[in-house]
Design a protein around this ligand. Structure first.
Ligand code: UT7
Length: 325
């Protein structure tokens, strides 16, 4: 039986910081509303041509390799979770593969929005368990600012850009302990973006696309505060894990109020939840690995620490994972 362990992390976030006050100059909003409703103060936006999704993902990937015991050629599998790819094809993962020289990797993208990083880890773990690969890089990367409607104050103040990921390696020790993931496509209309309607020389449709993110914020809020606790309870039960043994929790960084409700429902104290949405906003698939990398850099994760990672979002999708570091 093969096990998987996270052995290195890395991240890259564009330098350009956009504050709540910056946004209040272009849309009818204010710092007080954004902070009190979401916990967000800043977000980083890609502003240069060389800061597209594959560029920032490649920078995060290079950092992961530098901090690891492997060369780019030793990466067997490269998964990028994203909903804001540079192109429909080639995949962001193939672009990253070329940028970092991971010439022996199988490379592909997955789209599971804010749960994407957990879905990616789940796939990577199964490849490792099957014995077909040893070294997998999983990255969550988003340039969501491409999809924001800066006249819609209900969405444009919430999201940000960034990339981060991990190296998952075959190991003697069980790193990924258990997972609980799922989807409910029947509620997918609550959060959409990047429409590409039918359009060809023979179509009768107008083909007009609305690329912007559209969200029923309240519906997503209710879904997250209902589904995440349910998913984590099921995860704890099936892995026979006592919640008090969890050292830290990284929940998707969408809204500090959502995290507080999750903490209360799960009876896991807020002190165990890492929060950094105040600096990056909601970076979708990048939010969990950005937080994980930050915790690693701050020395907050010790050998043998037990972490709970939990994501939720568009699709709708959700995913929780227990990981021993
Ligand atoms: O990544 C996963 C997907 N996303 C999420 O997890 C987001 C989940 N949802 C949320 O985080 C929250 O629902 C929001 C932060 C989006 C909104 O918070 P809310 O407490 O649900 O506010 P609301 O949408 O009910 O709006 C309350 C009021 C409205 O005004 P009225 O109708 O009460 O007069 C909005 O028009 O706040 C107004 N509003 C704003 N005011 C100032 C909405 N956006 C803004 C804004 N600035 N940016």
């Amino acid at each position: 039986m093969y096990f998987s362990k996270i052995t290195a992390t890395g991240a890259y976030v564009p330098e350009s910081v956009i504050t709540n006050d910056d946004l209040s100059k272009i849309v009818d909003t204010n710092d007080e509303w954004i902070v009190s409703r979401s916990g967000i103060r800043n977000r980083h936006f890609a502003v240069a041509e060389d800061e597209n999704t594959s560029d920032i993902a490649a920078k995060a990937c290079k950092m992961i390799i530098e901090r690891s015991n492997i060369s780019p050629e030793e990466i067997d599998l490269l998964i990028v979770a994203t909903v804001s790819a540079d192109y429909s094809t080639p995949s962001t993962a193939c672009l990253v593969q070329a940028k970092v020289g991971a010439k022996n990797a199988i490379a592909f993208d997955i789209g599971a929005a804010c749960s994407g990083f957990i879905f990616g880890l789940s796939i990577a773990n199964k490849y490792i368990q099957a014995g077909t690969v040893k070294n997998v890089v999983v990255i969550g990367a988003e340039v969501l600012s491409k999809y924001l409607d800066f006249t819609d104050r209900g969405t444009c103040v919430l999201f940000g850009d960034g990339a981060a990921g991990v190296l998952l390696q075959r190991s003697q020790k069980r790193g990924i302990i258990a997972e609980e993931i799922g989807s409910d496509g029947s509620k997918g209309h609550a959060l959409t973006g990047g429409d590409t309607p039918v359009k060809n020389a023979f179509s009768k449709c107008d083909g007009k696309a609305n690329r912007s993110l559209k969200m029923d914020g309240r519906a997503i809020f209710d879904f997250a505060t209902r589904q995440v606790p349910k998913s984590v309870e099921s995860l704890l039960k099936k892995s026979e894990t006592d919640r008090d043994t969890i050292d830290f929790v990284i929940a998707h960084q969408a809204n500090s109020r959502i995290v507080q409700i999750i903490s209360k429902k799960l009876k896991i104290p807020m002190e165990k939840f890492y929060l950094n949405m105040y600096e990056y906003g909601n970076t979708s698939s990048a939010s969990i690995p950005i937080a994980l990398n930050e915790m690693m850099e701050k020395g907050l994760i010790k050998e043998d620490s037990l972490g709970l990672l939990t994501g939720f979002g568009a699709g709708l999708t959700w995913g929780s994972m227990l990981i021993r570091f």
